[in-house]
Write a protein that binds this ligand. Sequence first.
Ligand SMILES: C[S@@+](CC[C@H](N)C(=O)[O-])C[C@H]1O[C@@H](n2cnc3c(N)ncnc32)[C@H](O)[C@@H]1O
Length: 198
Amino acid sequence: MTAARDLLTFVSSAVRSPGVIGAVAPSGRALCDLLASVAPVNGTATVVELGPGTGVVSQALRRRLPPEARHVAVEIDPGMVAHLTRTRPWLEVVRGDAKDLQKLLADIGITQVDAVVSGLPWTLFSREAQRGIMEQVSRVLVPGGVFTTFAYRHVMHLPTQRRFRELLEESFDEVRVTPTVWRNVPPALCYQCRNLGV
Ligand SMILES: C[S@@+](CC[C@H](N)C(=O)[O-])C[C@H]1O[C@@H](n2cnc3c(N)ncnc32)[C@H](O)[C@@H]1O
């Protein structure tokens, strides 16, 4: 039932605001699990999701995170925010733009996070927008923290995606590219990025 509601909400938001959603369907289970795999499995970690959409990655994070962890999701689309609040009452949802990440987190008492898990449509963003959000991510991540995001395979050659990859290389000490998740529509891979914190 939740899966059907997720799909309906996603498709209607994607039709209404294709330039914000940037996908035709929520990520599949294998991709969600791969994104969530960077999150700590114990301790009192704080994890932030950017662009949770209908909450499929949130669900994967919930399966992995210990109960003591704090799990915040920053979403810009009001329809998605309403859906998340209704269907994922355990999730701390913040309505806002990832470009204001530091302030949005400060407003709820968070200055640093252990992991940032992004579902943002980076290829739709201008160079300035990509840089602005990545700067915010770098500001809130603890030394040694991790940032992860996905990219669709069929857009890897586009200039905006190549530019984004360069930005990751500039922003982090280590950028790991995972194998492609073929069981996703469309197939996608993840970047897993860290600053070594030395
Ligand atoms: C491609 S969807 C990904 C949804 C989900 N994480 C998944 O993997 O199925 C992108 C999501 O990012 C949100 N989004 C786009 N720009 C944003 C921004 N500047 N700040 C916060 N959320 C944003 C969209 O509203 C949408 O929910």
